[in-house]
Structure formats: C-alpha cells, structure tokens
Design a protein around this ligand. Structure first.
Ligand code: NAD
Length: 348
C-alpha cells in the first residue's frame, strides 16, 4: 500500500497531517507513505508546481492523498506555473477520469445546512463526474465574425467510449449503494447530451439490478435543493458535474466536511478534500481536517478495497460530530489537531 502524500499549500499541510495520523492509527502493516511537493511550495522549491520527481512518485504509488494547492504569492505567475496547475497536471498524467463526490448529512448537523433540516437530513448521495472531456477540453478560441464582432467559442464533445467508461463507474457505484442511478444531461437541446443518454441506456443493459433514470440538468439543480433525498448516485459530464457537485456540497453544512476521489482505470486514485488552501485561515490551526480524513477513508475503499477500515474512519468522524466535536466552520471552538485527536480516539 504505497501512498504518496502531497500536502501542498495553505491549510493543506495542516489537514493532511491529521489524515495521516488517522491512517497510521489503523496500524495497517502494509502501509508505506511517501511525501512530495506540489503547488506553490513546489514552485518555490523546484521552480514548478508539479516537479518531475513529484509526478514520478505519483506514478509509482498506488494512491495519492492530496491536501490543497493555491498560494496568493503565486497569483501573478504565468498560468502554467500557478499552483492550481499541479492538480490539472496530475489528472491528465495519471488518466484520472472519474470524480466521485459523496454528499451526506451527518446526524446532528441538520442545522448547519443551507436547507431546511427536514430536507437536509435526507441527503445521502454520490455525484460521479466525468473529468477528462466535455467543453473544458474541446477546441476553443476567440474569433472575429465577418461583421467585426468578437465571438468566443468552446466545443462541447463526448466520444461514446468516454461516456461508456464513466457510465460503468456510475452503475458500479450504484450497485454498492441503493442501486439507483440518475444520469443528468441536457438532451433536449444538446447533441452531445443525446449521445450521452443513448450510451448510458446501452450500458444499463449490463446492470439490470440498477434502476436508471434521466434528468435534465436544470431540473437536477432544482431537485437538489427541493428534494435531495430522492438521489442515490448521479452520473454526469464534466461541466454539469462541476456545478452540481459544488451545489450538493453546500447542502451538507461545511466545505470542511467534503471528500472526493478522482479515479483512473484500475485502482489508482487521487483523494482530496474539495476545499482549497484557505489562505485566510492558513497557519492558524483552525481548519477542519474532516474532509481530508474522509478522503483517506475513500482512498482505503477505492484503491485498496479496505471497506471495513474506510467504514471505521467514517464512523469515527460521524461519532465525533454526533458528540459535538466542531471546528470554527461549524460554529465550534476546536482547532485542527484537537479535531484529529477526537477522531483518532473514536477509531476504536
Ligand atoms: P477555499 O476552499 O480555500 O476557501 C473558501 C472558504 O472556506 C474560506 O473562507 C476558507 O477559510 C473556508 N475553508 C476552506 N476549507 C476549510 C476547512 N477545511 N476548514 C474550515 N474552513 C475552510 O477556496 P478559495 O478561498 O476560493 O481558494 C483559495 C485557494 O485555493 C485559491 O488559490 C484556489 O485556487 C485554491 N483552490 C484549490 C483547490 C484544490 O487544491 N483542489 C480547490 C479549490 C480552490
């Protein structure tokens, strides 16, 4: 179990430290951790946000635990040297095409959600977002029209094999949950979405136990706040998934609670909290490490098949929240290390 730990910038090292403590507390004899530089700290030490040695370490390990990147000192650098490029580079170089973001309301946090407690209490969903295609990676440009007006354009496209492989991830995830998959598209206006829908229906034949439904993205945005409890697994493209996963995350209380996995074919994956480097609270010991700790649980589940260990971590976080363990993000007074302590204590 070779794990590369890339803590990165800002609160990244603070939250990653606690996740590593939790992993070590499980006393898994096969576990070996390696540390590498990414982001602004890597730029300052090596002149690049994703140095060759970091990439090599990522390639040679089975999984990556990632903190966050982003450093205000680097905001004026040319785009390819900015810290945030490290994450894009890792996605591309490692073929990380499937992004999994669970959103579940922990008991006792009903009041922390932006939604009414009785609506928020039902949230337990997983968004599976395609990460390597769509309008983000199509040809793009700004051109001058014959009448002299400037026009920006971005090409939206999905090839059927790209849809097929993310659909399989969605169906497999649904098989491990409540066996309901909702595919989100905009097939009423977009040809890309029509092909998406056709291919998802084809893939569904391999998963007769999964109940498949389709929803237009505008309706999905509405349903996520109206009745989020209706969803089990949502599978969608890069653009729609980007927006819906942020929306879903804010329904469960704090950004400091949300974990994610970005998976390649096979078992390799990169696991990170969805938040950034939070420069406003960096170095103060105030960050909530739960999202990173929950990312470590996802790492054990998806890259190593250690479901029982993953569930142990998730139960410890749930118990801590139930017992009133709260950082400033949830209106409490505990700091990063104290929250880590509380979770390690509850692992037993
Ligand atoms: P952010 O997620 O870093 O912070 C948004 C707000 O949430 C801030 O007020 C912050 O204090 C708070 N917050 C975030 N994580 C928290 C935690 N664990 N506990 C308590 N409070 C927390 O987003 P931002 O401020 O827009 O971006 C800051 C930097 O992070 C930027 O450079 C951005 O590009 C980068 N970023 C990186 C990633 C990544 O590494 N994957 C993701 C998003 C943003």
């Amino acid at each position: 179990m070779k794990i590369a730990v890339f803590a990165g910038d800002g609160i990244g090292p603070e939250v990653t430290r606690e996740a590593v403590r939790v992993l070590e507390a499980l006393r898994l004899p096969e576990l070996v951790l390696f540390e590498g530089d990414v982001g602004g700290v890597a730029y300052k030490r090596h002149g690049h946000p994703l140095p060759a040695e970091t990439l090599e370490m990522a390639r040679s390990c089975d999984a990556i635990l990632f903190g966050a990147v982003g450093d205000p000192d680097c905001d004026a650098l040319e785009r390819q040297l900015r810290p945030e490029q490290a994450i894009l580079g890792l996605r591309k170089e490692l073929g990380l095409f499937a992004n999994l973001r669970p959103a579940k309301l922990f008991k006792g946090l009903e009041d922390a959600s932006a939604l009414r407690p009785e609506v928020a209490g039902a949230i337990d969903l997983l968004i599976v977002r395609e990460l390597n295609g769509d309008v983000y990676f199509g040809e793009k440009g700004i051109r001058i029209l014959p009448d002299g007006r400037r026009q920006g354009w971005d090409m939206m496209a999905y090839a059927e094999d790209e849809v097929r492989r993310i659909a399989h991830v969605g169906f497999k995830a649904a098989m491990g949950r409540k066996r309901r998959l909702c595919s989100v598209d905009k097939a009423n206006v977009l040809e890309t979405s029509q092909l998406w829908r056709d291919v998802v229906i084809e893939v569904a034949r391999d998963y007769p136990e999964v109940e498949l439904s389709h929803m237009y993205v505008d309706n999905a945005a509405m349903q996520l706040v109206r009745n989020p409890g209706q969803f089990d697994v949502i599978v969608t493209g890069n653009l729609f998934g980007d927006i819906l996963s942020d929306q879903a995350s804010m329904c469960v209380g704090s950004i400091g609670l949300l974990a994610s996995a970005s998976l390649a074919e096979g078992t390799k994956g990169l696991y990170e909290p969805i938040h950034g480097s939070a420069p406003d609270i960096a170095g103060k010991g105030l960050a909530n490490p739960m999202a990173t700790i929950l990312s470590a649980a996802m790492l054990l589940r998806h890259s190593f098949g250690r479901e029982a260990d993953a569930a142990r971590i998730e139960a410890a976080v749930g118990q801590a929240l139930h017992d009133g363990v709260r950082g400033a993000d949830l209106g409490g007074a505990l700091g990063t290390a104290a929250i880590g302590d509380a979770i390690v204590e509850r692992l037993a």
